[in-house]
Design a protein around this ligand. Structure first.
Ligand code: SOE
Length: 383
């Protein structure tokens, strides 16, 4: 590939695996102006990172992220580290002249997110691009809903109803980094409401202007430490909040890691004057669509299988109708859109850059203020 993009990835856990799979697969499934070169992976433990690099096809493995970021043979740094280690490497990479792709949320804190936004703005002058891995935008059903809604398919939007329900956060789950406010910033809120805020802003095209009625709760306050004993969880297990959108719609958001019986149930419903959509990631190839412009006798929820090449975005790169895509394809499709963007082409679906992800981070922060001060918070207050 004449325009190779040499990638240094920081992190080698769950997202490290999802991104490695994406970088090793993307040029097999997509015809792109650029090729992904898996240059180096950086992790905390030398032996484990070396084994990870070997398994997933990274040319080299190291434990010093500053060396990885400064390497003149690296074009793009892919940040898959815990949230408190997003800003440092991302800003250093931009200052070293690299494009940056960063996992969601943009950062664990508003201050870090602001610094990343500002560094990205400065780096634009050098033609550097930033990307945030809000992977669910690239589910074909979501990307198709985006096309329907932004084309006026629902008309005026009245309601946005978003839930992200997981149930892995029970008392048996040990005190990993996601339960430490110093590393994660927040719990289910920054982890899962971040996806919901990004998706609803993306689908409606409307910014959130006010957050109110927020509730933050930590049900499991003590968790087992891997080496024995217990430690205090310093983050939320769930955050719920209400929102107003710039176009007049109202919304409800719920993110939790204790919704027993829900594994990765990321669901969105949007109700408009001409119809409605429902999406449930646990049935990610389907979009439920209500067309209220039909004669009343014919109105009903259509279960659209979003697996038709040409009709539904990204599908043509993968399988025939009805064969279905999975969680991993969202990352492969995002890697394709990143390489397209770096190569000067348009992504199939817009990719949030740091400035876009900053808007999501502001809503996350507004919800915490609303929960802790018991009041409605206009987004103008959060800057
Ligand atoms: C953990 O809750 C997690 O890995 C999220 O961080 C991801 O964004 C989501 O896709 C799956 O669950």
């Amino acid at each position: 590939m004449n325009n190779d993009v040499r990638i240094a990835m920081l992190g080698s856990k769950f997202m490290g695996r999802a991104h490695s799979n994406a970088w090793m697969s993307v040029n097999k499934f997509f015809d792109l102006p650029c090729g992904a070169v898996m240059h180096s992976v950086c992790g905390r433990d030398e032996m484990a990172t070396s084994a990870f690099g070997e398994r997933w096809g990274w040319a080299s493995a190291l434990t010093d992220w500053e060396r990885a970021v400064a390497d003149p043979d690296v074009d793009l740094v892919d940040v898959c580290t815990p949230n408190d280690v997003h800003a440092g490497p991302a800003i250093a990479a931009l200052e070293a002249g690299k494009h940056v792709a960063c996992e969601k949320p943009l950062a664990g804190t508003l201050d870090d997110a602001r610094a990343m936004r500002d560094a990205a703005e400065l780096a634009k002058a050098d033609g550097l691009r930033t990307f945030v891995w809000f992977n669910y935008r690239r589910c074909p059903a979501i990307a198709y809903a985006h096309r329907l809604i932004r084309g006026g398919g629902l008309g005026r939007i009245f309601h946005v109803r978003a839930q992200y329900l997981q149930d892995w956060g029970g008392p048996e789950t040990p005190l990993v980094w996601r339960f430490d406010a110093g590393q994660a910033g927040s719990g289910a809120h920054g982890d899962l409401n971040a996806h919901l805020i990004d998706l609803t802003r993306f689908l409606t095209g409307e910014e959130i202007t006010q957050v109110s009625g927020a509730v933050e709760e930590t049900f499991v306050t003590e968790r087992k430490l891997p080496g024995g004993g217990t430690g205090k969880s310093t983050v939320d297990d769930c955050v719920l909040f209400l929102a107003r959108f710039a176009g007049g719609a109202v919304g409800s958001f719920e993110a939790t890691r204790l919704a027993t019986g829900n594994k990765n149930r990321n669901t969105i419903e949007i109700n408009g004057e001409r119809g409605a959509i429902r999406f449930d990631f646990e049935r990610m190839n389907e979009l439920l669509w209500w067309d209220d412009t039909l004669p009343s006798a014919q109105r009903g929820w259509s279960r659209v299988m979003c697996t038709n090449a040409g009709d539904h975005p990204y599908v043509e790169a993968y399988w025939p109708p009805g064969h279905g895509l999975g969680y991993e394809h969202g990352f492969v499709s995002q890697a394709a859109d990143i390489l397209a963007s770096v190569g000067g082409a348009e992504p199939v679906v817009p990719i949030p850059d740091f400035a876009d992800a900053w808007e999501t981070q502001r809503v996350l922060a507004a919800a915490i203020v609303s929960a802790r001060e018991g009041r409605a918070v206009p987004l103008d207050e959060i800057g």
